[in-house]
Design a protein around this ligand. Structure first.
Ligand code: FAD
Length: 441
């Protein structure tokens, strides 16, 4: 059976499942930023949504907790109160340190995005997003661990999921004609539907911890371009960066992310590299073992569409499940939220179609919109990742680049994907032009 729109109408799949406790128009699996955003926009459009989350909020999520203006825009679109009174710490831009230089760059002035970023710890951040989806009408089940998909034998389409609910782990089933995989990098649901990771896409690893620090209220995100592998006879510059993000609550989030394009990737002990980097910092910043408020934790960064197709057989992939992390800078929250908003818009349109074939046609638009939106830019990102995997290139870039403020302003726009699509400046036009001509793979 093909998954094309010409598939004949299966009698068993109604567009709208009967509304009951265990069925809905759409099931969203995972209530991280991708899932909560998808559920919020679906519910706002009047669809009945089940949002299934295996943990209970608030819960820890390993992250740098840094939000660029792209993510801020998505928070605004969800009606989240991001005022300072509500506990959000704003940042004005990025401070870049490397090659003996230190450059402070403000976020660009754009029509399309605000000129500030934010920080927020993920336990609280993710809960706020999930509660906002709930307020919009999504039915959130916490402690709901989703297992195998329920698949229609005739069409191969997903029509629901098996799950274990509550502390008692009660087996339950949920049904819907459309399911969204928002279950993060490990995405068991996608795997169970036969969607495996593409090995030809870059992958990152990131680790982080928190320290009490006098630098906790820094109003710039700080990024260090020099991370060293000092194991061999000769020190090697690693492709990645370290970050210091003041959390505004007495602590700093300090971590590093490294790309798999370096030959040393598999042999390195990331925690040791983080410890060595922290030990090289001025003592009065407080990034010492005594000031650590939690263990060093790490996770993978799935980049540049590393799982495809983003729609098949009733299942849409959003956020990390679809490998949407930006390969230029390791940012994932904005892309998780944006893909959630795009998926919701596509599903709402599909839901209003009369026949199965028309709904399929509408749902197949999702991967196309994703490719149009990010495909070219991510292809450039893949080339960038390959390039900086060469320590020589990385060395020249950090030593020479930072001495050219104009070049760095361009680099900031490129790395953070912050341009105006129309009516922008010359830098915007170059970046948008390059993204347009690059293959949308
Ligand atoms: C160390 C580190 C630092 C990072 N720093 C930043 C940063 O500063 N800024 C940034 O933008 N990005 C950062 N990222 C990336 C960012 O964390 C991710 O891209 C983002 O969390 C993706 O959101 P998501 O909703 O797709 O997935 P997730 O946030 O992983 O959410 C998935 C959700 O699904 C749930 N789930 C999983 N399996 C099941 C199941 N079987 N049943 C039910 N629920 C399930 C999980 O409990 C979770 O709540 C960082 C990543 C790492 C590892």
């Amino acid at each position: 059976m093909t998954e094309s729109a010409s598939v004949t109408e299966p009698v068993t799949e109604p567009a709208t499942a009967p509304r009951s406790e265990r069925s809905a128009d759409v099931i969203v699996v995972g209530a991280g930023p991708a899932g909560a955003t998808t559920a919020y926009h679906l519910a706002k459009s009047g669809l009945d949504v089940l949002l299934l989350e295996k943990t209970a909020f608030p819960r820890e999520k390993v992250c740098g907790d840094g939000l660029t203006p792209r993510a801020v825009k998505q928070l605004v679109a969800m009606g989240i109160d991001i005022s300072e009174e509500a506990g959000w710490l704003r940042n004005k831009g990025l401070r870049i340190i490397g090659g003996g230089s230190r450059l402070q760059l403000d976020w660009p002035d754009l029509a399309s995005f605000p000129d500030y970023g934010l920080v927020r710890k993920r336990d609280d951040f993710d809960e706020q997003l999930a509660r906002q989806a709930q307020k919009a009408g999504a039915r959130l089940h916490e402690r709901c661990n989703v297992g195998a998909p329920i698949v229609n034998e005739l069409t191969g389409h997903i029509t629901g999921v098996h799950a274990k609910l509550g502390d008692e782990k009660t087996p339950v089933t949920f049904h819907a004609p459309v399911v969204v995989a928002a279950d993060g990098n490990s995405t068991r649901l996608s795997l169970a539907m036969g969607l495996h990771r593409r090995e030809d896409r870059p992958m990152g690893v990131a680790v982080r911890t928190y320290f009490t620090s006098p630098r906790h209220d820094d109003d710039y995100l700080e990024s260090w371009l020099e991370l060293w592998d000092r194991r061999g006879a000769q020190d090697r510059l690693l492709p990645g960066y370290g970050w210091i993000f003041g959390m505004g609550d007495g602590t700093s989030n300090v971590g590093l992310g490294i790309l798999n394009s370096s030959s040393a990737f598999r042999e390195l002990d990331w925690r040791e590299i983080l410890k060595a980097w922290c030990a090289s910092m001025p003592e009065d910043w407080g990034y010492t073992p005594e000031n650590m408020t939690g263990p060093i934790r790490g996770a993978a960064l799935p980049m540049a569409f590393n799982r495809q197709p983003h729609y098949t057989k009733g299942l849409l992939l959003v956020g990390d499940a679809g490998g949407l992390v930006n390969p230029f800078n390791g940012e994932g929250i904005a892309y998780a939220m944006e893909s959630g908003a795009i998926a919701a818009e596509v599903i709402v349109q599909a839901h209003a179609r009369a026949t199965y074939a028309q709904r399929e046609l509408a749902l197949h638009r999702y991967p196309k919109v994703l490719k149009d939106t990010y495909g070219g830019y991510y292809s450039l990102g893949r080339a960038f990742v390959k390039l900086i995997g060469n320590p020589q290139v990385m060395r020249i870039a950090t030593q020479r680049g930072l001495t050219h403020p104009l070049l760095m302003r361009f680099t900031l726009k490129m790395l953070a994907n912050l341009t105006d699509p129309t009516g922008g400046d010359a830098m915007d036009r170059i970046i948008n032009g390059l993204s347009k001509v690059a293959p949308k793979a």
